[in-house]
Design a binder for this molecule. Structure first.
Ligand SMILES: Cc1cc2nc3c(=O)[nH]c(=O)nc-3n(C[C@H](O)[C@H](O)[C@H](O)COP(=O)(O)OP(=O)(O)OC[C@H]3O[C@@H](n4cnc5c(N)ncnc54)[C@H](O)[C@@H]3O)c2cc1C
Ligand code: FES
Ligand code: FES
Length: 468
């Protein structure tokens, strides 16, 4: 592994950082230190979008990310564009910037560079405007003019950039070593030698320790250049997803693959496009928070986590992988390589739910994923997983037993909801009381039944009283 300087393409220019630059300095702090102050800092924790910059992928995709939690070492070898890089060589503003100014999409202007970058990425990806803007807060305009600008953006003709193939490199700075292995073997050897190092994937959890808590890690192993962790394989029986595949890529995959629609709808509410551009399933499993959005669906679908070390690989059902509050079954020398996600049976009812205070860019108060399959008029399979109601994601054994072998009817679902009260023991905190969380979990079970039996209802059901 050779010692290298951090190098990337910035606004079309090859850029090599001086030896000794801290690889865990945030991209935002570095940009502003260079005088590129168009990119703003609002919250420094991935929530407001003022720091949005775009990573241009070799495929031509434009991935918006939060510069405040992206670390310099993560952008080595990549192509970054900031708001300064949108103007024409003669200084003419980009048409999106003109539209924002002329349509009153900007007032104080603090949010505007971040919104312009989200709009520029949206011009390439298309899709829902609301989804494109969920990671950008504006205090002034009331959003209508901004939504109109994004609805009208035309794709421009910038071509896909050339990106060098990932190489195995190491960056050194006073008191810090940041390693970017390029093969799985190399990663496993590094992990065995440095069990204390931060294993960094998207950094949407770890990056906060740098931006918010000002931690300066001595040793980091970054997972982004290891092909095994970036690969995706779709088979008739399921999907094998590399641990470092971003949620953004995963969302595109789930939207294209039969059976994963409910999981896709949930993923579209995980963070924002910027967070999904960085965050990964491996990171959600690594953090093992009881309110990790992906965890209830992984449990309900019966996902299997492949972990590996120099000692070999082992496959763990996700329920065995999650061992407690923010705890998992990884040994100090192990890494998560991939997750196998069985394809839900075509005749199964699958619901993936998230109840949070805000629809977008908020963490769950209660999460749930429920898979129920009927055969010969009775429930033949029930896998009910709840998050935010205990130390880790919980399988509701009593409620499952109450459903199995019975008709999937309103009375049976009500009995299962009663049983659920004995399966889960939620805590009260500022996000919700124990009683509220139990009532929500029970309501979600009824919602699954409604989704299964009333496909005419909209996906987002807001008034149960009318239909019960
Ligand atoms: C603004 C904001 C909004 C968010 N919204 C949501 C949300 O709505 N829902 C939600 O669930 N989460 C949310 N998160 C949290 C975060 O995005 C997720 O937990 C994400 O999955 C973390 O993935 P990552 O790749 O960024 O992890 P990292 O920060 O890189 O790593 C997280 C942990 O996992 C470990 N890890 C990562 N990959 C591996 C691997 N392959 N093997 C072993 N260990 C590994 C790391 O060592 C670390 O301990 C949000 C975060 C932010 C900043
Ligand atoms: S500064 Fe708010 S998201 Fe980065
Ligand atoms: S224009 Fe002021 S925050 Fe958006």
């Amino acid at each position: 592994m050779t010692v290298s300087s951090i190098a990337f393409t910035l606004n079309g220019q090859p850029t090599v950082l001086p030896a000794g630059t801290s690889p865990t300095l945030s991209l935002l702090d570095w940009l502003r230190g260079q005088g590129l102050t168009g990119t703003k800092e609002g919250c420094a924790e991935g929530d407001c979008g003022a720091c949005t910059v775009v990573i241009e992928e070799p495929s031509g995709a434009r991935v918006p990310v939060n510069g405040c939690i992206t670390l310099l070492g993560q952008v080595h070898g990549r192509v970054v564009r900031t708001v300064e890089g949108l103007r024409a060589p003669d200084g003419t503003p980009h048409p999106i910037q003109v539209a924002m100014a002329e349509s009153d999409g900007t007032q104080c202007g603090f949010c505007t560079p971040g919104i312009v970058m989200s709009a520029w990425a949206h011009a390439r990806s298309g899709g829902d405007v609301h989804e494109a803007l969920a990671g950008n807060l504006c205090r002034c305009t009331g959003y209508r003019p901004i939504v109109e600008v994004l609805s009208g953006v035309a794709a421009d003709d910038m071509t896909a950039p050339d990106v060098l193939p990932p190489a195995s490199v190491r960056f050194e700075a006073p008191g810090q070593v940041f390693r970017l292995p390029a093969t799985l073997d190399e990663l496993l050897a590094l992990r065995a030698a440095h069990p204390e190092a931060w294993l960094l994937a998207g950094g949407t959890d770890l990056g906060l320790r740098v931006s918010d808590h000002r931690e300066v890690p001595a040793s980091v192993i970054c997972l982004l250049n290891v092909p095994d962790l970036q690969s995706v394989e779709a088979r008739p029986d399921g999907l094998t997803i590399g641990a470092a595949v971003s949620y953004g890529r995963l969302l595109d995959l789930f939207r294209a693959e039969p059976g994963f629609g409910p999981f896709a709808a949930l993923l579209a509410r995980l963070g924002s496009r910027q967070i999904r551009g960085l965050g990964t399933l491996g990171g959600n499993l690594g953090t093992a928070s009881p309110i990790g959005d992906s965890l209830p669906p992984l449990v309900a679908l019966g996902a299997v986590v492949r972990v590996a070390s120099l000692r070999g690989a082992r496959d763990l059902p996700v329920e065995a992988f999650l061992t407690g509050y923010r705890k998992n079954a990884l040994a100090p020398d192990e890494v998560i390589v991939s997750v196998f996600l069985p394809r839900p049976p075509a005749d199964a009812h699958l619901a993936c739910e998230k109840i949070s205070k805000r629809h977008d860019q908020d963490i769950a108060t209660v999460g749930a994923a429920m898979l129920v399959r009927e055969a010969a008029g009775v429930v033949a399979e029930a896998r009910l997983a709840f998050g935010g109601v205990g130390a880790t994601v919980i399988r509701a054994a009593g409620a499952e037993a109450a459903l199995l072998g019975k008709a999937f009817g309103t009375a049976e679902v009500a009995a299962a909801a009663e049983a659920l009260a004995h399966d889960i023991a939620p805590l009260s905190d500022w996000r919700g009381s124990a009683a509220y969380r139990l009532a929500v979990a029970q309501g979600l079970l009824r919602r699954l039944h409604l989704r299964a039996t009333r496909p005419d209802l909209p996906h987002e059901v807001t008034a149960f009283a009318e239909v019960l």
